[in-house]
Design a binder for this molecule. Structure first.
Ligand code: ADP
Length: 689
């Protein structure tokens, strides 16, 4: 949940945490999603939380009953359907999982609606899902007596409203090929998987409490048709939805009970409603129940198998990987609630969605209430699962949940538990934890500036890359390896580990064996400027201010320090003055550097204000940066010595080259690339003479 808290940065910077998040999400879009492919299943900017059309009238369909009945699919839906209709996918079973999952959601929604309107359930209080087959007609029907859909919802939900996940799924399908359908549910477009096995799909639906029913029908190719149901059809659906699949010839196996039972056991056993099998709709036989239909989370841990956990995770998480961590417990005391949470292994496609919404489902005594209750802070939004409370009043409105003290207590308890379980994972299984951190660390670090209360716990979890080798480092390990007289935790921000590792600013630190953290996630720019430090040591950017490392001894094998020219050397003083006047418009200052060993020059930020990384970030995202930097030169470097001695006509060229080189090493272009090339050419040609 956003606090909207303002956070103080060094210098005159005051950010609103919402502002930070908008920068971060934009940057994540540029960096993770578009360029690196790290999260390339994500469709940033097009991912407003899935529109909930369930309770509102559709614009598309407002024209009323007599209006058009034939509709075209929204363009991306049509492309998706093309993939499904001509499917060469081997994993076709999942169509049933998706349709059953939709039916279960519809039952959940009705049960919730009936809390305030019990009459909706009155005639048929038993919520159930039924699979029935007609071998002669080659049809399989999946029916439920859940909330149902009105005409407008049929049109919107099944064809015309582009869902954020549609395009994202298309991308994955292109990449994954044959495996794509297994993950379709994650993208909120699972219904369309029916067209892998059916050449026509009819959806007959009656909204709970409505007088009439409607039929949606389509071959998945030529748009879809919506019409009022006939009398006979209306009788078939007193409430809820019947999805009838006209099976393709190569999918007739799905008409066998044994096949359906196998799939239900594999994917839908945990669905907390009966799933029955009926040989035919008219059959007089008793239906067979195919699933165990119990709320898995209410069972003791010892009675739940790993496969059952996984299956529930797939259903409630809409994710289809192995959970990296399963957290199942019952809290007792002032408030009683059951928690079953999963930390995914892979990043969900909407990890950087601007809404930053979590998806943990709140149940009250087994009744699904909402997945919008922000049961975890936004920086844990990737966690999926269920919290089932015994004490929250059942008839609480979704709006009231935000301020309910019991929900607040649950939120605190569950958040602390997730963090302590992650901490435990870090201790017990380093490899697994590090792979978790690789995927979700950038998101968890948002908590470092948003959640002051748990900052210490988050610091314990945080892992960093650094100048000390390739592995991950903890802050504790950093502190344990402090050099004598080292008073700060040094870091550098940048766009990538490689760019940071190649920075000249690191040289003086490397020479003294001082570890520097490499912070390359956009979020690092913010938390690092808003925290006071760790174990009494402040965080200090190595690209800001005048850093004096002289108190930190050089390792014994690097005793050549005394041979280095220092700032008081008369040549250096003269050179610095000349450079200051040449670059009066470009720079705040010029000085001899304590940071440089191998390189001739580098840029750093003035002591006040953002460091170089944050400055560039703000300039790009908010148009606010662009502070003039300080040029530091290395008086012992041959190029700088040559500059000192150069004749008037070459001086400007070499000096500009020095400045532009420092810019390039920072990952920016020379201010005037044409002039840069001109000067370089001139110097090379002069050298030939
Ligand atoms: P998802 O279920 O992930 O939202 P789908 O493409 O499977 O995506 O379904 C689209 C929408 O159609 C659902 O969100 C729901 O509003 C509606 N819907 C689908 N099946 C049913 C059903 N059996 N009963 C009521 N509504 C349904």
């Amino acid at each position: 949940m956003w606090t909207g808290r303002a956070v103080q940065c060094p210098g005159p910077f005051l950010f609103d945490s919402r502002e930070i998040s908008s920068y971060l999400l934009r940057e994540a879009a540029d960096r993770y999603i578009v360029s690196s492919g790290k999260h390339d299943t994500c469709e940033f900017g097009n991912m407003a939380k899935k529109e909930k059309t369930q309770d509102k009238d559709s614009k598309t369909a407002q024209s009323g009953e007599k209006a058009e009945t034939q509709f075209g699919f929204q363009a991306e839906v049509a492309r998706l359907l093309q993939l499904m209709v001509h499917s060469v996918y081997s994993e076709k079973d999942i169509f049933l999982r998706e349709l059953i999952s939709n039916s279960a959601d519809a039952c959940d929604k009705l049960r919730y609606a009936a809390i305030t309107k019990p009459e909706l359930l009155a005639d048929e209080p038993d919520l159930r899902i039924t699979l029935s087959v007609d071998e002669d007609a080659k049809t399989l029907s999946i029916s439920d007596n859940g909330i149902g859909m009105g005409r407008a919802e049929l049109i919107d939900n099944l064809g015309t409203i582009a869902r954020s996940g549609t395009r994202a799924f298309l991308k994955v399908a292109e990449k994954k090929g044959g495996d794509a359908p297994s993950v379709i549910g994650q993208f909120g477009v699972g219904f369309y998987s029916a067209f892998m096995v059916a050449n026509r799909v009819d959806v007959l639906s009656r909204k709970a409490g409505a007088k009439s029913a409607h039929v949606w029908t389509s071959d998945g190719v030529n748009g879809f048709n919506v019409s009022k149901a006939t009398k006979a059809q209306e009788e078939e659906v007193p409430r809820g939805t019947v999805v009838t699949l006209h099976m393709k010839d190569d999918a007739l196996d799905y008409l066998k009970e044994s096949e359906l039972a196998r799939i239900v056991r594999a994917y839908s056993d945990h669905i907390p409603f009966h799933i029955d099998f009926l040989a035919t709709v008219e059959s007089k036989e008793e239906p067979h129940q195919l699933n165990s239909a119990s709320a898995l989370w209410t069972r003791p841990k010892a009675d739940v198998t790993a496969d059952q956990y996984k299956e529930l995770y797939h259903h409630v998480g809409g994710l289809f990987d192995e959970p990296a961590l399963t957290i199942h417990y019952r809290a007792e005391g002032r408030h009683e609630y059951t928690v079953l949470l999963f930390v995914p292994t892979m990043a969900p496609f909407d990890l950087y969605d601007p809404s930053r919404a979590g998806r943990v489902r709140l149940y009250v005594r087994r009744v699904f209430i909402t997945d919008d209750a922000d049961l975890l802070p936004a920086y844990l939004r990737f966690v999926r699962g269920i919290v089932d409370s015994e004490d929250v009043p059942l008839n609480i409105s979704r709006e009231m949940l935000q301020n309910n003290p019991i929900v607040a207590a649950i939120r605190t308890g569950v958040t602390n538990r997730v963090l302590s379980e992650l901490e435990k994972l870090a201790k017990d299984d380093t490899e697994k934890f590090e792979s978790f951190w690789e995927t979700f660390g950038a998101v968890v670090k948002e908590g470092l500036y948003e959640d002051m209360e748990r900052r210490d716990a988050l610091f314990e979890l945080a892992r960093f890359r650094s100048s000390h080798g390739d592995g991950w480092r903890t802050l504790k390990a950093y502190i344990a390896d402090l050099r004598p007289n080292q008073t700060a935790i040094y870091y550098m921000t940048g766009n990538s580990q490689e760019q940071i590792a190649a920075s000249p600013q690191l040289e003086g630190f490397a020479a003294r064996g001082v570890e520097v953290l490499y912070l390359s996630d956009p979020v690092d720019n913010f938390w690092v400027t808003t925290t006071l430090g760790f174990e009494g040591k402040p965080f200090q950017s190595i690209t800001q201010g005048d850093i004096d490392l002289s108190a930190i001894p050089l390792p014994e094998d690097k005793g050549e320090e005394s041979e280095r020219k220092d700032a008081s050397d008369p040549d250096t003083v003269k050179l610095v003055e000349k450079l200051k006047s040449l670059f009066a418009d470009e720079l705040t200052d010029v000085r001899a550097s304590a940071r440089l060993v191998e390189s001739p020059a580098c840029l750093v930020a003035p002591a006040e204000g953002p460091d170089r990384g944050l400055d560039k970030f703000l300039e790009k995202q908010a148009g606010q940066g662009g502070a003039k930097p300080v040029l530091e030169i290395n008086p012992s470097h041959d190029l700088v010595k040559a500059l000192s001695k150069s004749k008037a006509d070459a001086f400007d060229d070499i000096a500009w080259l020095l400045l532009d080189q420092a810019r390039i090493l920072e990952g920016t272009l020379p201010e005037n690339p044409g002039k840069f090339a001109e000067r370089l050419n001139r110097l090379v040609l002069d050298g030939q003479k």
